[in-house]
Ligand binder design. Structure first.
Ligand SMILES: [Fe+2]
Length: 217
């Protein structure tokens, strides 16, 4: 099982803080049934250290292999960081060995006015655009059909699986279930930042397998 979104590389963002925590997350991921991981540290601006991210991935790769996990590098790129990235940096943001790029928006703002144009130019550059956790954006929570515009543009939508475990009255959880019922997601991922997130992921993927077997994980 592949986890396409997590913050397992230590010291790069708000995910794992040290090697010990990264390795503990690997163990928890394996216990949840994960065999392949794409590590996706946050790229918040052009100061992101791609070399350090590669170094961290190489450092963790051997530990991952021993635990039974294949590790690949990707990024979770913040929308407003994109305009400051050079073409080379943009290329480095791709999920290793693919032409896919994982993009996140501001959770609490309206979607950017120039979003369609921006997505189109990424696609013109040969990239498949994956939208991270649409159910967590305020504007999608208000009206889940907002997410349809991404699908109409040929983007793919990635569920943060752990939102399914939120309290029953949570608007994020309600939005995710609505979108699941409408078949709007192509993938589910953990967005794990710590061991506990992978423990929860084990439960949320059971739930998905039981009720939404067609969704890729
Ligand atoms: Fe994330």
């Amino acid at each position: 099982m592949l986890d396409r979104h997590c913050h397992i590389l230590y010291g790069l963002d708000d995910g794992a803080v040290d090697l010990e925590e990264s390795v503990a997350m690997l163990r928890a991921a394996r216990a949840a049934g994960v065999t392949d991981i794409v590590a996706t540290p946050h790229v918040l601006d052009a100061s992101f250290d791609f070399l350090l991210a590669c170094k961290r991935k190489e450092e963790l790769k051997d530990h991952a292999c021993k635990i039974g996990i294949t590790l690949r590098l990707g990024c979770e790129v913040f929308w407003y960081a994109l305009s400051g990235l050079t073409p080379e940096m943009l290329s480095q943001c791709r999920i290793e060995n693919t032409d896919s790029i994982l993009v996140e928006f501001n959770l609490h703002s309206e979607l950017p006015r120039d979003m369609m144009k921006g997505i189109f130019s990424l696609q013109q550059a040969g990239l498949e655009v994956i939208i991270a956790h649409p159910e967590r954006y305020d504007c999608v929570k208000k009206d889940s059909s907002t997410a349809q515009q991404w699908l109409d543009m040929g983007c793919t939508l990635q569920l943060d699986a752990n939102v399914l475990l939120l309290p029953i009255l949570s608007p994020t959880r309600r939005c995710a279930y609505e979108m699941l019922k409408r078949g709007m997601y192509q993938y589910a991922a953990s967005d794990a930042h710590c061991v506990r997130d992978y423990e929860r992921f084990a439960r949320s993927i059971e739930l998905i397998k039981r009720n939404y077997g067609g969704l890729a994980i």
